[in-house]
Design a protein around this ligand. Structure first.
Ligand code: GAL
Length: 728
């Protein structure tokens, strides 16, 4: 007998968190009577590569379970049971007592070839009258798993469950704004059988949480006939809180409407400097910098005390040239337009450190994925300028994977594919605008997208990047995994450091500053040694995607405790931004994060002193996203020159408070509500934990307005944030 299960409630078998496991592919492992003596117990809530299973392509899991007849008794749907397996990296086939009941992705031997589907949540339904089920007896659930790229295997923190859905579980509530500006609420039902109940609609003020109106509606909904309530008038700055209560079970489904609401006040028409007033460069390296100044165009830029060796382009504020000698060079920059003049004292620090504040810019991955082209890069870079993002410090323009040719040049140098006619020209154009140019490669033979990596050509590639004018390299582990798996010291941290140290040295040899961005998903606690390999930032986790689940796991769960490792010149990177139009392909869509989740995302990334690389198509930016990305007071937290990353000071159920000290002596505080219900939070309740005795001033950073120092009770919507700057 292997790994069994306990009956939790009649409608669910309690989560199974371990299984029998063995490496290698053998279809006999699907059979109920397979001899399991060669198998061992493994945790199925974590990938197999976390459990010393490395460099393995195929593996099989077997789970023994008792499926009691009582599971389906008296349920709305007694006619099927559902196996919930969660994530499997990358492809799976699932057998119940030898019969195939589900498959996701493509195995290498399949007609369509290998297709990774690690992010898909596996739910497989089996009819209750299926002969494969052995009711009230032993059943074997066998999972054949193919791993194309580590991690690998089954990993679902919740464990495997078997459930019988209720009708109410098929219900979801959606809402949308019509052309007339009125809201429509729809009660959807996944199932054909109609569900009847009451829909309650509350209109709530977004800032105060005050209920402005309340109505109830009798609704019936089935798959073919959803329940619709339309023509609901709402006032600006409000949202709808929605609740459907099932007549039969009394169970609720809750949701809310998500109107896009802009909080950032409009920037003044007169010039305003928006970026940190320092910049680090190494002796003799070319300076590529653009002063970030908002305000009406045309605008002219000048300085009367520019250090010798530097020039400023009067039309776009691009600073260029170089400084050979170490030291601090301070000068005043002036920006003038029809509405006025602004000045900023600016310091260039010539020394070993670059990236004195986290990098801000754009990367092609979250929008275009492997279908990036030079034209698409140019159109986003042009939009970075035209839509004013460059006026807020966004300056890196980074090409991710898929620029490489299938083969190197005869002399071994890396070649571009037909989508990128000229890297040098692209770099020159970006530099002329005061922007910076980034690229992507891997220490392996192949990148994640199976393009050429830098293995055995590291120095040559670093030299090529220099000749193209590259200012940023994202160096992605991926294909290196195969080589690493065969290395005798693969269990030891040094084996993870080696490839990154090598490229770090070669980049340093180039006569220009190249921001070195490690991408290896946080393996071997990269934050502990990233600075040692000369990296300027390192990804701390796997890839982010535009869901709350991903944002929550990466942004909140996985960043706590990492603050000590960040500082000027070297930053933790929880991955690129997931706002605007994203899609990782030719097909772009609006981010699936709600507006509140997007405010949370940007506030948290600012607190975390994270890289701020926008991942959407900038040529399709809407006003909401521009305002989200261009709030000078919010961005100033991210770019604060002290460079101290926020940590989680308070973890109180669904309320989390992250805070960081700022260079002007004040403190940035993010109060987050990660739960599913709206909350009122009084900051004063947490003063002790935050080390606060008295507040001298309180500013709401998103709304850019001062708040009372005595009334610190805030409404924080579900998945939302109150982002404050306080002085003590
Ligand atoms: C992943 C990486 C992504 C993207 C992709 C390209 O490993 O984490 O950010 O660069 O590879 O193939």
């Amino acid at each position: 007998m292997g790994v069994g299960s306990v009956l939790a409630s009649p409608a669910q078998i309690s989560p199974i968190k371990s299984a029998l496991f063995s490496e290698g592919d053998d279809m006999k492992k699907a059979a109920p009577a397979y001899n399991e003596s060669g198998m061992r117990i493994i945790d199925i809530t974590r990938p197999w590569s976390d459990q010393n299973v490395n460099g393995v392509d195929y593996g099989w899991y077997r789970i023994h379970l008792n499926i009691p007849k009582s599971l389906v008794k008296g349920k709305d749907f007694a006619d099927f049971i559902q196996f919930n397996l969660g994530h499997i990296d990358d492809v799976d086939e699932v057998y119940l007592n030898g019969k195939l009941i589900g498959k996701t992705g493509g195995m290498p031997g399949d007609a369509g070839g290998y297709q990774s589907k690690w992010s898909v949540n596996r739910q497989y339904a089996v009819k209750s009258n299926d002969k494969a089920i052995n009711w009230d007896g032993d059943n074997v659930l066998a999972v054949r798993c193919y791993n194309g790229n580590d991690p690998g295997g089954m990993f679902n923190a919740q464990g495997v469950t078997i459930t019988v859905p209720e009708l109410i579980e098929g219900v979801s509530i959606t809402s949308g704004t019509g052309k007339n500006g009125k809201e429509t609420v729809t009660v959807n039902n996944r199932y054909d059988k109609a569900v009847k109940g009451t829909l309650s609609i509350e209109e709530v003020d977004n800032e105060t949480g005050k209920v402005l109106s309340q109505t109830t509606h009798k609704v019936s909904a089935s798959a073919s006939k959803p329940g619709v309530v339309s023509n609901l008038a709402t006032s600006p700055g409000s949202f709808l809180r929605l609740k459907f209560t099932d007549d039969r079970t009394g169970k609720d489904v809750i949701a809310r409407s998500h109107p896009k609401f802009i909080l950032t006040p409009a920037a003044p028409a007169a010039p305003r400097f928006n970026t940190a007033a320092i910049y680090g460069v190494r002796p003799g390296s070319p300076v590529h910098y653009r002063f970030g100044v908002s305000g009406e165009r045309p605008m002219t830029f000048s300085s009367t005390n520019l250090p010798e060796g530097l020039t400023i382009n009067p039309e776009n504020g691009a600073l260029s040239g170089s400084l050979a000698k170490r030291g601090d060079y301070t000068f005043t920059v002036k920006a003038t337009n029809a509405k006025g003049t602004a000045e900023q004292k600016f310091t260039i620090k010539v020394g070993d450190k670059i990236a004195l504040t986290p990098p801000m810019g754009w990367n092609s991955w979250n929008c275009w994925g492997l279908s990036v082209t030079q034209d698409r890069v140019v159109s986003s870079a042009q939009a970075l300028i035209d839509k004013g993002l460059a006026d807020y410090g966004y300056s890196y323009v980074n090409i991710d994977d898929a620029w490489e040719a299938p083969e190197r040049n005869p002399d071994g140098t890396i070649a571009v594919n037909e989508k990128f006619p000229s890297m040098k020209e692209l770099g020159d154009w970006l530099h002329g605008e005061g922007l910076k140019f980034g690229i992507y490669s891997s220490p392996g033979d192949l990148t994640c997208g199976c393009y050429l990596g830098s293995l055995d050509h590291e120095l040559q590639d670093a030299e090529t990047y220099n000749s193209w004018g590259i200012d940023y390299l994202k160096y992605d582990w991926c294909g290196y995994g195969k080589k690493h798996a065969l290395e005798p010291d693969r269990q030891v941290t040094s084996s993870y450091i080696r490839p990154y140290m090598l490229m770090g040295e070669y980049l340093r040899r180039q006569p220009r500053d190249i921001f070195y961005s490690l991408c290896q998903y946080g393996m071997a606690d990269v934050w502990k040694w990233g600075e040692m390999v000369d990296a300027n930032s390192w990804r701390t986790t796997g890839d982010i995607t535009d869901t709350w689940e991903s944002l929550y796991d990466i942004g909140f769960n996985r960043q706590a405790g990492l603050a000590p490792y960040a500082g000027p010149g070297h930053w933790n990177d929880p991955d690129m931004l997931i706002v605007g139009k994203v899609g990782w392909s030719d097909n772009l869509r609006d981010s699936r994060l709600t507006p509140d989740e997007q405010y949370t995302h940007i506030a948290l990334w600012s607190l975390l002193a994270s890289d701020m690389l926008i991942g959407c198509d900038l040529s399709q930016l809407d006003d909401f996203t521009i305002n989200l990305l261009c709030n000078n007071e919010v961005n100033a937290v991210n770019q604060d020159i002290l460079g101290i990353q926020a940590d989680r000071d308070v973890l109180d159920g669904d309320i989390q408070i992250w805070s960081r000290p700022l260079s002007d002596g004040s403190r940035a505080i993010g109060i987050f509500n990660v739960g599913t219900t709206d909350r009122n939070v009084n900051l004063a309740d947490y003063f002790k934990q935050l080390g606060i005795t008295k507040l001298q001033s309180v500013r709401d950073l998103w709304r850019q307005k001062d708040l009372s120092t005595s009334d610190t009770d805030y409404f924080i919507p579900s998945h939302g944030v109150k982002f404050l700057k306080v002085s003590l």
